[in-house]
Design a protein around this ligand. Structure first.
Ligand SMILES: [Zn+2]
Ligand SMILES: [Zn+2]
Length: 557
């Protein structure tokens, strides 16, 4: 029998075997702490789905024990699910200043600002709950104001790194708390949860500062306007764009809602410094000398509605990309976005722009925000954990991270590669993974959360691949006999004027089926509709080898 009372339990409700919708849980006795609440973008197979979030059934079943939602940083895969979470479970949220600023934008959008208890902490803050104290350490990443979290429990410390890398010459002097990390390690770490995104990549990341140098160089070389696109949340890179514009005597226009939002929040909180007279409005661009203008825009991932995509198809109010303008994509496409990005680059060349792009930093316009192998080893060495759980990554990344941990001295039997829902229980003497809690995914579609399930998705897939056929049958209320010809309408299946013969055949088979049936069953609606569906289905498959969705409507007069 497991003595659950004294057990520390750690598990993920999202973020394992995937990139996105991060959520980790640390539970000590009756106190549950939730770390991060991200969302994930769907792949093409999930037709019409806007967003994927975690299934938080376990937390709802234990809602009296959930003490806090603590956020490591402001990326979508860590904060994107917060409004949906809070609508299900209204618990206090803790975040650093910039992260809180970005969360507030979401709360406002969802009308949750007033009912949410959002507490701001700093890297030096300490929180205390009944049996658990919480402290933080500052890390580097591709957004400012990131922290790792330490849970001080009666049986030992649990450390969650958040997303991190080690940048020793960071922009704005936002240095990582390496001394503090060493001290945490010196005091003893029972369990370390560390992110695995770049566990397959050898070496160290170059410093973000190197990107700034390349940006400035291109700003100097450019003869006409410069357009540069990056993640709005990469405030350090935005700062370097601002600096390059200043050094080369260019004014800066911001395009895209998220760019304008993030820049205003980051400036207000002092994470971004923009000279007073630097920003111009989009409509002013065409009135200025092109060599005095830089444009910072969203859409580096090829998002169809974002600024860069619209600029590349000459579809942005007041702003035009002209021949010999320079366009820089200061980012690397996230897997899955390559096609959209390539299409934009094609369009930019068609506009005769000078395009600077390239994944993996080949142009020096991008460095990753995630620790490479040597940095992951450094974190493991600083923390010297007894038990290690690689998180934030797909299976191969977790596996590589396990090997890295072993290479710096963590015992193999003390490393747990888990799935979302797998619980690692830790007591005074050992850690073990034997039980699971419910974990899963929930789809957000428009205003609906969780109402679109697999059956709806299956229908959408059939509709998108095979189209549909609608058959309207009008029968007599008294004897179920057909009153008029069936009416057959195709959507996405065949083009009706070209398929007159087929439609005629369909109508014939409908008539025969209804006539035969009504003599036996009278006007039993379901029986008629089912038989019609069946016979039409087999006719269509025989003639076309396709299986469209068939909807039949029975009208009784
Ligand atoms: Zn991140
Ligand atoms: Zn992340």
């Amino acid at each position: 029998m497991t003595n659950l009372e004294n057990t520390l339990s750690i598990f993920a409700l999202g973020g394992i075997n995937e990139i996105g919708k991060n959520m980790y849980v640390v539970q000590y006795e009756d106190d549950i702490f939730v770390i991060d609440c991200g969302s994930k973008f769907p792949d093409e197979s999930l037709l019409g789905i806007d967003l994927i979030i975690q299934d938080i059934t376990y937390l709802q079943q234990n809602k009296d024990k959930v003490r806090a939602l603590i956020i490591t940083h402001g990326h979508e895969d860590h904060i994107g699910g917060i409004p949906y979470f809070l609508k299900q479970l209204n618990i206090p949220v803790y975040a650093t200043e910039l992260t809180a600023g970005l969360i507030n934008l979401k709360l406002k959008e969802h009308g949750l600002l007033r009912r949410t208890e959002l507490t701001i902490f700093h890297a030096a803050s300490k929180l205390s709950f009944r049996n658990v104290g919480i402290s933080f350490f500052r890390t580097n990443h591709s957004i400012p104001d990131c922290v790792g979290i330490v849970f001080h429990t009666p049986i030992g410390a649990v450390v969650h790194t958040g997303d991190f890398k080690f940048d020793l010459t960071p922009v704005n002097n936002d240095a990582p708390d390496i001394h503090k990390m060493a001290e945490i390690g010196k005091n003893g770490v029972l369990v370390l949860l560390s992110e695995s995104t770049n566990a397959e990549r050898p070496g160290f990341n170059p410093s973000e500062i190197t990107v700034g140098g390349h940006i400035e160089e291109e700003f100097r070389k450019a003869q006409k306007k410069v357009f540069i696109s990056t993640f709005a949340s990469n405030v350090h890179r935005v700062q370097q764009v601002v600096d390059a514009a200043q050094k080369t005597g260019r004014k800066l226009a911001l395009l895209g809602r998220s760019m304008i939002n993030v820049v205003s929040v980051a400036t207000e909180l002092g994470h971004l410094r923009i000279p007073d007279d630097m920003l111009i409005e989009p409509y002013e661009i065409s009135k200025m000398d092109p060599e005095k203008v830089a444009v910072l825009c969203t859409g580096s991932q090829g998002e169809p509605m974002a600024a860069l995509s619209r600029l590349s198809s000459s579809n942005f109010r007041h702003v035009e990309i002209l021949p010999d303008d320079t366009v820089i994509l200061a980012s690397s496409p996230i897997p899955g976005n390559e096609k959209n990005v390539s299409r934009i680059i094609d369009n930019l060349y068609l506009l005769k722009a000078n395009v600077i792009y390239g994944s993996g930093g080949s142009t020096g316009m991008h460095v990753s925000g995630h620790a490479n192998q040597e940095e992951l080893k450094l974190m493991l060495t600083l923390m010297k954990p007894k038990y290690f759980i690689p998180i934030h990554g797909e299976y191969r990344m977790l596996y590589k991270h396990q090997q890295l941990a072993e290479s710096v001295g963590v015992d193999r039997e003390n490393i747990f590669i888990i799935n979302n829902g797998d619980v690692v229980d830790v007591d005074h003497t050992k850690a073990y993974q034997t039980r699971r809690v419910h974990a899963g995914r929930v789809f957000v579609d428009g205003l609906g959360v969780g109402d679109v399930r697999n059956i709806v998705l299956r229908d959408r897939r059939v509709l998108s691949e095979e189209g549909m056929l609608i058959i309207v049958i009008t029968v007599s209320k008294t004897d179920g006999q057909l009153i008029s010809e069936p009416d057959t309408i195709s959507r996405g299946f065949v083009y009706e004027p070209d398929a007159k013969e087929l439609i005629k055949e369909v109508n014939e088979i409908v008539k025969t089926t209804v006539t035969n049936l009504s003599s036996i069953h009278g006007s039993k609606r379901t029986a008629i509709r089912q038989s019609v569906k069946k016979s039409v289905e087999s006719l269509l498959f025989e003639r076309t080898k396709r299986r469209p969705m068939i909807l039949s409507f029975l009208i009784e007069i």
